[in-house]
Design a protein around this ligand. Structure first.
Ligand SMILES: NC(=O)c1ccc[n+]([C@@H]2O[C@H](COP(=O)([O-])OP(=O)(O)OC[C@H]3O[C@@H](n4cnc5c(N)ncnc54)[C@H](OP(=O)(O)O)[C@@H]3O)[C@@H](O)[C@H]2O)c1
Length: 302
């Protein structure tokens, strides 16, 4: 699946391509499942690009799961037939994809392909931001109070469980229909939107930090709750600079992905629920994610 110009889901087209050859440090995967992330349709829409067409056709998609079928020079620890998950390099919405071997982790047998293919981006993001907030695995986190704005989404579901596991009291925002889901993760659920700060103050008189996964205009409330822009991080709000809040982007934390899928395999963590589409439904899947019509982690099964 690729696009040669920016636009709506109609710019996506299925094409036949030669199998990509892994370079040094890379492997080629026979992809089983590729994940839909909001960044995929944001990039496809072109709003983040300086022109109306990319230099060359783009295969969308970041995270995936599949079976190693070719190994590039210098790769150690991975061989043909290994079942892995992680990030693609150069697009994931494809039957064959390249990936840097060092970012991949083994797929536990007890974890489905759908879950394996859908967690790398949200897990890497959740663990990274918790650490940036001083709520990492090695920090003194017991008894801290954290607001997660958007606790029912892909990043939120992961961040909430990891934070609760670290002894942090989590207040998680979601829509009315997801209040029960947030509670089941161990957080105190609150409905997002106007009056958010007052609803949270009715629960606690102290908030140590806030993690905004939603990017929907809540930074003013979150800064007021924590008392300082330094205690708030967003991964999605374009007004971050205006509020003096850090906008976090980048990769993960060593070991985070293996730990999370290990906990899922052990039945201790729940992965975000998955909804499956076929590769030729990629445009519909992206639209369903963009509009919020379908909740959960949307995935493409090859
Ligand atoms: N910077 C980075 O490194 C990075 C990495 C990953 C993702 N992101 C960005 O982070 C965002 C979330 O990603 P995701 O995969 O977690 O998305 P997602 O699964 O679609 O989750 C979105 C979350 O936002 C909540 N939400 C919707 N409207 C809201 C509002 N007005 N106020 C507060 N919360 C609201 C949703 O709650 P309900 O479902 O209950 O409505 C849900 O919990 C996307 O914009 C994505 O591009 C950034």
């Amino acid at each position: 699946m690729q696009y040669a110009r920016y636009g709506g889901p109609e710019v996506l087209e299925i094409v036949e391509r030669e199998d990509p050859q892994p370079g040094p440090g890379q492997v080629r995967l026979a992809v089983r499942v590729a994940s839909i992330n909001p960044i995929d349709w944001k990039l496809r829409g072109g709003g983040m690009a300086p022109s109306d067409a990319p230099e060359k056709p783009v295969v969308p998609g970041v995270d995936l799961a599949g079976t190693v079928e070719a190994v590039g020079e210098g790769v150690t620890g991975l061989g043909v037939g290994d079942e892995v998950l992680g990030n693609a390099s150069g697009g994931a919405y494809a039957e064959k994809a390249l990936a840097d071997a060092k970012g991949l982790v083994a797929k536990p047998a007890g974890v489905s392909w759908e879950i394996a293919g859908s967690v790398a981006v949200v897990v890497n993001t959740a663990y990274r931001v918790l650490a940036q907030l001083g709520l990492g695995a090695d920090d003194d986190t017991a008894g801290k109070v954290l607001v997660i704005n958007g606790a029912s989404g892909g990043v939120g579901v992961v961040a909430t469980q990891v934070a609760v596991d670290r002894g942090i009291t989590v207040i998680g925002t979601a829509s009315e229909r997801h209040q029960g889901d947030v509670k089941a993760l161990g957080a105190t659920p609150v409905v997002y939107g106007d009056g958010l700060a007052d609803r949270i103050r009715a629960i606690t008189d102290h908030v140590d930090a806030a993690f905004d996964t939603a990017g929907k205009g809540s930074l003013g409330d979150l800064v007021a709750l924590t008392g300082s822009a330094d205690r708030v991080i967003t991964i999605a709000d374009p007004q971050a600079e205006e509020y003096g809040v850090q906008f976090s982007s980048g990769g993960g934390i060593d070991g985070a992905l293996a730990e999370f899928v290990g906990q899922v395999a052990a039945g201790r963590y729940s992965a975000p629920e998955t909804v499956v589409y076929s590769l030729d439904e990629a445009g519909k899947a992206q639209e369903d994610n963009r509009t919020g019509a379908v909740s959960g982690k949307l995935v493409l099964r090859m």
